[in-house]
Design a protein around this ligand. Structure first.
Ligand code: IVH
Length: 681
């Protein structure tokens, strides 16, 4: 860019940033996400760094951000509440270490702590002789808002330290710094309550936490489940600490909840190795994080390195790619699933988020659209985290210009023109036609998929070709496929056809529980299906079962029992089952596959990706040895079987002290009949 166009761009950015700051702080009504604001801000910083002559005194880069409000008395912080400089790449982290080491005697090596960068808002809390006397927001870094009454309502903030009589004695004065936020589950619950009261949901957890902390009436704050995590000390009298790690331990021993999952590493390259794990883990944590914070451990070195501007040289924030961005809803189309359920999907103005360009996002159901009042043409916030399908969080109401139009459920199925129904009190709308071509396609895709009948060589594309060619109209037709016709298809050479037919043949004798789950009966997955087949040992027996008999099984309620009975009564389903039987499909009942009882009386919960088997296979192995598989961790769970990238179930197990085992341990249990040593992760 030429000097002139840089000048113009910098002016443009300043204007935009001033507008967004006003919307955020004065109107409390932002129209772009925090990440988008940061991006504009960072672009301006980059221009000003390379061309300092372009800096103007009114540039937003020339002041530390302030969140002061007129509603609260002011508190002066004992020392400036510093920020952190950021790194967006590994190279930037390495450059930071190089800069740091240059300022220290040659040969110095540095240890670092690695902490999650919690996505909440800063709080500064003062204790005098162990008693909480004040709590303040960051404000403008020098002066903050006094929010003591509100912070007192947060249960994780001790009113007196040490919390336990075994803790270290209270120091004369302690000013701690941390982050206030909502746990993801607490925020969801808060929104459920809003919904029950007929109020619109909160869209952004961080803004809601900020609004909650700044309530004039602390009874409102007390009713909202805020959490506080602490990670630093601003002032300490009556005790000396030497390292950041010692500081975290000290805070923990006094009874504070400290930055969770913090760890100490001997080198920066050890830290860098941890980054990919954290990027995956991020989506499984109970709390939102937007990066990692890396801090020099030795506090003497921290002092020596000092501060540049408002950032300490001894720490840096490694920011993750943004997961939330705003974009526009261009259209909405309903997807129809195998059960006939409609899922409205938004077509978006393409937007780059967390490494990919997103053009579609799910809006869950039409009730969700109505509750949030999302309209066609709206600017919306979307989120893409991990492998989850991007979803719409909510509209930016203040960005409306009046041209937006309501989004309504379709009156007829877009695939088969059958009138759409919404069963009484149901959240979802349905296409009730079991022969709807879209439903058939989705059912067959599900039936052959890995977790179900596991027919190798029959991915969604093949299923689509076979349907389009008229070779299959339902699940049963798969078992009548002939090599002569398959060989006619483009790309289906002899070997491929042979393999496909061999895996179809193999699927004819899948375990009964797996077969029942593959049928796609609403509510009958890999947990309910084994419970059914433990009682009814053939498809015929289950087909004839009554609602009372099924309802009698532990964990199955009346509604589900009725649903199962209705499914088997349906003529269309009976025809398919008969056709399959005639083709030689003969699911193997549990009695026939039970191999032992070494796991009798034990209940397992499965999470994560196992090294050599699927979770379904592990479930079958457990059941074949008399054990039970359950979907949620409770005090009654005997073991949690943990694979790679485990979900929140592993955390829950840790909280409840349930032993966690790996695939090897399970194999050992079924082979040697001995209980494994639990391994703490
Ligand atoms: S240390 C001098 N540690 O990130 C110490 N900050 O600008 C500077 N944050 O608003 C902060 N988690 O509120 C630190 N483990 C952590 C943190 C953390 C979140 C926030 C902090 C600040 C921003 C960095």
């Amino acid at each position: 860019m030429t000097e002139n166009s840089l000048f113009q761009r910098a002016n443009e950015l300043r204007e935009q940033l001033a507008h967004h700051l006003y919307r955020y702080h004065v109107l409390s009504d932002p129209i772009i996400s925090d990440a988008e604001y940061d991006r504009l801000f960072d672009e301006l910083v980059a221009i000003e760094n390379s061309h300092p002559e372009l800096i103007t005194p009114d540039s937003p880069t020339q002041r530390a951000g302030s969140d002061l409000s007129e509603d609260f008395p002011k508190v002066q912080h004992p020392a400036p509440i510093l920020s952190l400089s950021k790194a967006l790449t590994i190279e930037e982290l390495m450059a930071w270490e190089e800069r740091t080491l240059k300022m220290l005697p040659s040969g110095t090596t540095l240890e670092y702590t690695l902490e999650p960068k919690l996505d909440g808002l800063t709080i500064v809390i003062t204790y005098e002789n162990g008693v909480l006397v004040r709590a303040a927001t960051r404000g403008n870094a020098i002066i903050g808002d006094d929010v003591t009454a509100n912070v007192r309502t947060i249960r994780t903030v001790p009113l007196r330290i040490p919390v336990s009589p075994d803790g270290p004695p209270a120091p004369e004065k302690l000013v701690v710094r941390g982050e206030i936020m909502f746990h993801k589950s607490d925020f969801e619950q808060l929104n459920e309550k809003q919904h029950e009261s007929g109020l619109p949901p909160y869209i952004n957890a961080r803004n809601t936490a900020s609004g909650t902390l700044k309530q004039k009436d602390s009874r409102i704050t007390a009713n909202r489940p805020l959490t506080a995590y602490l990670y630093g000390i601003v002032e300490l009298r009556g005790k000396t600490l030497h390292t950041q790690w010692e500081m975290l331990t000290y805070l923990r021993d006094l009874g504070f909840r400290i930055a969770p999952d913090a760890a100490l590493y001997p080198t920066l390259s050890d830290i860098i190795q941890q980054i990919p794990t954290w990027e995956t883990r991020r989506n499984q944590l109970e709390y939102e994080i937007d990066g990692l914070v890396i801090k020099v451990n030795d506090l003497a070195v921290v002092r020596e390195l000092g501060v540049v501007g408002k950032d300490p040289r001894s720490a840096i924030a490694y920011k993750f790619a943004a997961q939330e961005v705003t974009t526009r809803v261009l259209g909405v189309t309903p997807n129809v699933g195998r059960t006939g359920k409609l899922t409205p999907t938004a077509q978006l103005e393409p937007v780059f988020v967390a490494g990919v360009t997103v053009v579609n996002a799910t809006m869950h159901n039409y009730k969700f659209i109505q509750a949030l009042d999302v309209r066609l043409g709206d600017r919306v916030i979307i989120k893409r985290s991990g492998d989850v399908i991007p979803y719409v969080i909510g509209p930016v109401i203040s960005a409306r210009d009046g041209s937006e139009t309501p989004i309504l459920p379709p009156e007829r199925c877009p695939f088969c023109d059958t009138p759409i129904i919404q069963p009484e009190s149901a959240v979802d709308h349905f296409c009730p036609n079991p022969e709807c071509p879209e439903r058939v396609l989705r059912s067959i895709e599900f039936f052959v998929s890995r977790g179900a009948m596991d027919i190798e060589g029959m991915g969604p594309q093949t299923v689509k070709i076979l349907i389009d060619k008229g070779f299959i109209k339902d699940e049963a037709d798969i078992f009548y496929l002939k090599s002569e016709s398959l060989l006619e298809l483009e790309g289906f050479a002899e070997k491929k056809v042979e393999n496909l037919l061999a895996s179809i043949e193999k699927a004819k004798s899948r375990p009964l529980a797996r077969f029942i789950a593959a049928l796609g009966i609403d509510g009958v997955g890999n947990t309910v299906s084994p419970a059914l087949t433990a009682r009814f040992n053939s498809v015929a027996a289950l087909s004839e079962a009554s609602v009372e008999q099924i309802d009698d099984i532990n964990g199955i309620g009346k509604v589900l029992a009725q649903n199962i009975v209705d499914w088997f009564k349906d003529d269309h389903h009976q025809t398919i089952l008969n056709k399959m039987r005639e083709a030689g499909v003969d699911p193997q009942s549990e009695q026939r596959i039970a191999i032992g009882d070494s796991l009798a009386g034990l209940t397992f919960v499965l999470t994560g990706t196992l090294p050599t088997m699927t979770r379904e296979e592990a479930g079958e192995l457990i059941q074949a040895h008399g054990g039970k598989v359950s979907s949620s961790v409770t005090k009654k769970t005997s073991y949690v079987l943990v694979g790679d990238s485990p979900g929140s179930k592993a955390e829950k197990a840790q909280t409840l002290d349930i032993p966690m085992i790996g695939e090897d341990d399970l194999r050992q249990m079924v082979n040697e009949n001995s209980a494994p040593q639990p391994r703490l992760l």
